[in-house]
Design a protein around this ligand. Structure first.
Ligand SMILES: NC(=O)c1ccc[n+]([C@@H]2O[C@H](COP(=O)([O-])OP(=O)(O)OC[C@H]3O[C@@H](n4cnc5c(N)ncnc54)[C@H](OP(=O)(O)O)[C@@H]3O)[C@@H](O)[C@H]2O)c1
Length: 238
């Protein structure tokens, strides 16, 4: 199914998986609403996507999800697909972990993700049409020593996605969850040792490879829901 005429909101569009997915959706014919915290990045991406608008903001701001929905409806008159993707990573041993950074991560990965989900789903229910695609992780299915808090945020995304999918089964609204393994992005910019080296992964995923599969999820006809999609580097021993 082509995305021509569809309107997609992508959070975390200023870098990594969100940036690549916005481009993939645009290539498939979608109009885009882009958000992230860095306006220059969003302006640059929006300039390359003819039918797009961008609205920078911090998703810790509880009012942003409703603003994004309003912006989509004002500009394009509809919203069809939401890639609920913005996220942070903070890992560490008991000795080195920064609990404030953990709580800031929970705020974005869980609270902001849930706010986006419920805000757009209330709209999707009203029009009985729409597709919410949540970005989880392989870490939403497994844990690793020192990464329990990050895993916990992704387990939360998994739980909500699955419950929403069940609640909405048989309606015109779909909820999917994508679970990437290690992807080369800015997510791990604070890691002392690059995660690919630490975990002995020769060829991590590229953001464009994840984006192609998110596009595939969005392109399914309305009677098909790819509810969960786990994609891993072939040598990711997890
Ligand atoms: N990279 C991986 O290995 C991997 C694997 C599995 C799942 N994931 C998930 O994929 C998603 C995207 O991550 P990525 O790898 O593409 O990392 P990334 O390149 O760091 O991108 C993260 C995006 O989230 C946005 N964001 C972060 N905090 C925000 C806030 N407070 N308000 C608004 N936007 C905020 C960032 O915007 P600004 O930078 O402009 O603040 C950025 O656009 C995350 O949910 C992550 O958990 C990543």
């Amino acid at each position: 199914m082509s995305l021509t005429g569809k309107v997609a909101l992508v959070t975390g569009a200023s870098s990594g998986i969100g940036h690549a997915t916005a481009r993939a959706f645009a290539e498939a014919g979608a109009k885009l609403v882009l958000t992230g915290q860095r306006p220059e990045r969003l302006a640059d991406l929006s300039a390359r996507i003819p039918d797009s608008i961008y609205l920078p903001g911090n998703l810790a701001d509880a009012g942003l999800p409703a603003e994004l929905l309003r912006a989509a409806l004002r500009k394009f008159g509809r919203l069809d697909i939401v890639f609920n993707n913005a996220g942070l990573n903070h890992d560490g041993t008991i000795e080195e972990i920064d609990i404030d950074a953990v709580c800031a991560m929970v705020r974005i990965n869980v609270e902001a993700n849930f706010r986006i989900a419920y805000t757009v789903l209330k709209h999707f229910r009203r029009v009985d049409e729409g597709h919410l695609i949540n970005c989880s992780s392989v870490m939403g299915t497994k844990v690793r020593a020192t990464a329990g808090a990050y895993s916990g945020t992704k387990y939360a995304v998994e739980a909500l996605s699955e419950a929403l999918r069940l609640e909405l089964a048989g309606t015109g609204v779909r909820v999917s969850c994508v679970q990437p393994g290690l992807v080369t992005t800015e997510l791990h910019r604070e890691s002392k040792i690059p995660p690919a080296i630490e975990r002995n992964i020769e060829r991590p995923l590229r953001a464009e490879e994840v984006a192609a599969l998110v596009r595939l999820i969005a392109e399914q006809p309305s009677h098909i829901n790819i509810a969960r999609l786990l994609l891993l580097p072939q040598d990711h021993r997890i």
